[in-house]
Structures are given as C-alpha cells and as structure tokens.
Design a protein around this ligand. Structure first.
Ligand SMILES: N[C@@H](CCC(=O)N[C@@H](CS)C(=O)NCC(=O)O)C(=O)O
Length: 194
C-alpha cells in the first residue's frame, strides 16, 4: 500500500503513526502539494485536492477518516463507537479550522481581525481544545488508539507551527508529554524529516 501525503500534515501523520503501531507496511510518498509536479500527482488521485491518499492496488481511498475505516476493516479491527466518532469529529473540526487560518495567514490576512470567518474559526479552536481537555482522561477517549494518535498529531502540529497557546489546558499538556516518547512519534516528527 502507498500513502501519499506530506511530512508536516497532521492528517497524514495520524495514518502513518497508526500503521506503524499496527505493523502495517505503508510506502510513504512525501509530496509538496503546492509545487506543480507533486500537485499533479495529488490532483490525479483526489479531485478534492487534499492529502492523505491511500492507494491499495486498484483501490484509491481519500480522506483520513475513510482511510482509517478502510484500514480497520482490512485488518479485522472493530470500528469506533459513536462517542469515539464524535470525539474524532471534534478533533477534526479543530484541525480543519487551524488549517483554514494558516492558509489565510499565508494569503496575507490578519486572522486576529474581528471578521466573521476568523471569529468562527478562532472560537471553534478555543472551544474544541477546551472540550478535548476534559475528555483525555475519560475511558472512551483513552481506549481508542486512533483518537490518542489523532489528538497527539494535532497538538504537536500546533506546537510545530506555533498556532495557538494551550498551556493552560493541563490535561492536554500532560497527555502530549506522555504520548511523545513513542517510537512512531519520533519516526514521523516533521522536524526530523528531510
Ligand atoms: N478531511 C480531510 C482533511 C485533510 C486536509 O485538510 N489536508 C490538508 C493538509 S493538512 C490539505 O490537503 N490541504 C490542501 C488544501 O487545503 O488546499 C482528512 O481528514 O483527510
């Protein structure tokens, strides 16, 4: 199986970490999705023009949520329960808003301006992180490996890109420190990739 993505994407990293921890071999191709040649590869595989993309023989699967479902099923692992799906939705919402704001910043906007779009994203980021802070100690969260991985990848990406300060959310900072030591985390750290 081949995984198309980038070293820095938190959505791609989730899949890489999960695969590593479950001894599933993925041939990872790092793309620069804003450079012409690599962008062509991404567009060819995904009309939605986003990564990650999984290619398994003739089957192409796009979107991290669908990719993990595909991999769980292929490896005879149970699906997430509905509470876990909801938690994943919250992690995704936070991650998506941060991606949108980063793209706005790179487009020259001041995302701290009092504008509806920025206010909605900033509010969502604050509130989802606050909510997740209350959930990391709950068994429904702790018992789901992929949720742990996805939250860690989000938090580490926030640090890496210096996106927001969550140091007051001590369950999140404790969780981050505990999870950081794992080999799969070190191997996929965007700071250490070529
Ligand atoms: N819902 C998607 C989100 C993936 C996503 O936003 N990927 C980013 C990279 S972190 C991307 O490809 N962005 C390209 C763009 O927004 O143009 C998933 O879970 O895979």
């Amino acid at each position: 199986m081949q995984l198309l993505g980038s070293n820095s994407s938190p959505f791609v990293r989730r899949i890489r970490v999960w695969a590593y921890r479950n001894a599933i071999s993925l041939d990872f191709k790092n793309l620069d999705i804003f450079a012409k040649a690599d962008r062509e590869i991404m567009i060819h595989c995904n009309p939605a023009r986003k990564i990650p993309i999984l290619i398994d023989d003739a089957q192409t699967i796009t979107d991290s949520n669908v990719i993990i479902r595909y991999l769980l099923e292929k490896n005879q692992q149970p699906r997430f329960n509905w509470q876990q799906e909801n938690l994943l939705t919250v992690i995704n919402a936070c991650n998506d808003s941060l991606v949108e704001l980063l793209l706005c910043q790179r487009s020259g906007f001041n995302t701290g301006d009092d504008k509806l779009f920025f206010n909605l994203q900033n509010e969502r980021i604050t509130e989802t992180l606050t909510y997740l802070n209350t959930q990391t100690t709950e068994s429904v969260f702790k018992s789901c490996e992929y949720l742990n991985i996805s939250l860690y990848c989000l938090l580490d990406w926030i640090y890496f890109r210096e996106l927001t300060d969550f140091s007051h959310l001590t369950h999140l900072t404790d969780f981050y420190e505990q999870f950081a030591q794992q080999p799969a985390i070190q191997l996929t750290d965007p700071r250490h990739q070529k």
